[in-house]
Write a protein that binds this ligand. Structure first.
Ligand SMILES: Cc1cc2nc3c(=O)[nH]c(=O)nc-3n(C[C@H](O)[C@H](O)[C@H](O)COP(=O)(O)OP(=O)(O)OC[C@H]3O[C@@H](n4cnc5c(N)ncnc54)[C@H](O)[C@@H]3O)c2cc1C
Length: 412
């Protein structure tokens, strides 16, 4: 990818003729070897893509092993020889690092905890209300609570189901991989017959055999696991025939929020720390200064603000972040920053956003989306996870569960 372009998915493969094959894995293997030949640079294009600039890993999507002490990927990472940084991020001190007093920071921490308890109480009510209903009217920290929601949930509190949010299981332990999270998935996927650049458009499940139409031909299978982002189903970029109105409704109840990242090369000497552009503006970013002591500042932003910056483009993102960083670190920081790359997850036609949230009233849609159809169509992906949605390990767990269920159904 270039610095200013959206993350490009490797589509448009050129192998002219396609053949229908009865044996999908053999067909995938042929497509994979074609994809590898055509796209030697980087055939991976998921929301966990890791790209390198100057040899430094950058996670354009997922970075943290959230709930790391319960995260199935943590032991797998160790098994695969990945070194894990287990230092827990001190996100609360972002406030004092960004010009707030320690007393203000303590007030924020208390208010944030009170807010989470209020969401929990709200979630116990019969009606599934938006999380914004738990805000104290006129509260000093409401703007920051909303900004924090756009980073954690990729959406503002008024769009977020309290019941769903309350079901998320956060143990508060967050670790990172020195080589990047994306590289772990590349290692896990090594040797698998993956057909990159091959969008599925139509799943015909009338007959005994299921037929999946793709841009490169039709694959026939006895069982199918659908693991596309919820928006791909809701927007009918992948169509089921016969139609599955319940799946469409569930996917529509779980839209994809937006969280994006911007990376700077930083020629400065600061210690590693986290900053916030403003505690009083909703339109602000959070910053990771010199992660792992590397010459980088990583910027993170979400929600409506990220959507507007995506529309304005890479230069506007970089200019906004540079101004905020100059306010935080002093004007001479401008000469020390070189924008490198950014994600544009909303514009990515195979992602359509960053991760799912449940709309108020739709907390139960995750279970509905995950339910198999006819014992032959199985569903996976982060949106199907009841307690670890919006995460890579949640997605992974739903994938292994769907695979096990599909295999078990074949043995019956
Ligand atoms: C900025 C950002 C930061 C994040 N930070 C973290 C973090 O720190 N920790 C964490 O755990 N998670 C994080 N996440 C979330 C995490 O990346 C996702 O939850 C996870 O990747 C979801 O996996 P998935 O398999 O459900 O979906 P995806 O990773 O989106 O995979 C879906 C796949 O389906 C493919 N596809 C789409 N349409 C079609 C089609 N028609 N036919 C065939 N294939 C199709 C896509 O190309 C893609 O490969 C972050 C995400 C973003 C964007």
């Amino acid at each position: 990818m270039s610095e200013s372009a959206p993350i490009q998915h490797p589509n448009g493969l050129t192998s002219g003729d396609f053949t229908e094959a009865d044996e999908p894995l053999r067909l995938f293997a042929a497509w994979f070897s074609d994809a590898t030949r055509s796209e030697p640079a980087d055939p991976s294009a998921m929301t966990l893509a890791t790209v390198d600039a100057d040899g430094v890993p950058m996670d354009l999507g997922c970075e943290w092993l959230h709930s790391a002490d319960r995260n199935v990927l943590a032991p797998l990472a160790e098994e695969f020889g990945f070194s894990i940084n287990k230092q827990r991020p001190d996100w609360t001190t972002r406030l004092r690092n960004s010009g707030e007093s320690e007393a203000a920071e303590a007030d924020w921490a208390a208010e944030r905890d009170a807010f989470y308890w209020a969401v929990h109480r709200l979630a116990e009510q019969p009606e599934d209300a938006p999380c914004s209903a738990a805000l104290v009217p006129g509260g000093r920290w409401n703007t920051l609570l909303n900004a924090t929601s756009t980073w954690a949930n990729a959406v503002e509190l008024d769009r977020l189901s309290a019941k769903d949010n309350d079901r998320y299981e956060d143990t508060g332990v967050n670790w990172r991989l020195h080589r990047g999270y994306g590289r772990l998935f590349e290692a896990l996927a090594e040797g698998l017959p993956i057909a990159y650049g091959t969008a599925a458009t139509h799943i015909d499940h009338h007959g005994a055999e299921i037929a999946i139409e793709t841009g490169r031909g039709t694959v026939r299978a006895a069982r199918v696991i659908v693991a596309v982002p919820s928006a791909i189903i809701a927007e009918e970029r992948l169509v089921f025939d016969p139609p599955l109105p319940d799946k469409l409704a569930a996917a529509a109840g779980l839209p994809l929020g937006l969280a994006d990242k911007l990376f700077f090369h930083f020629d400065g000497d600061a210690p590693e720390r986290f900053l916030i552009g403003s505690t009083r503006r909703h339109e602000t970013m959070t910053y990771q200064v010199r992660p792992f002591g590397r010459p980088r500042i990583n910027c993170f932003f979400g929600g409506r603000f990220a959507a507007s910056l995506e529309r304005e483009g890479f230069d506007a993102m970089a200019a906004f972040a540079t101004d905020e960083l100059a306010g935080l670190l002093g004007g001479d920081v401008r000469q020390r920053l070189k924008p490198l790359a950014a994600s544009f997850w909303r514009q990515d036609e195979f992602a359509r956003g960053s991760y799912s949230y449940a709309l108020p009233g739709h907390a139960d849609d995750r279970g509905k989306l995950a339910t198999p159809v006819d014992g032959r169509l199985f569903f996976a992906g982060e949106a199907c996870s009841l307690h670890f949605f919006s995460t890579a390990h949640g997605a992974y767990e739903t994938g292994t569960a769907a695979a096990e269920a599909a295999l078990a159904s074949l043995l019956r």
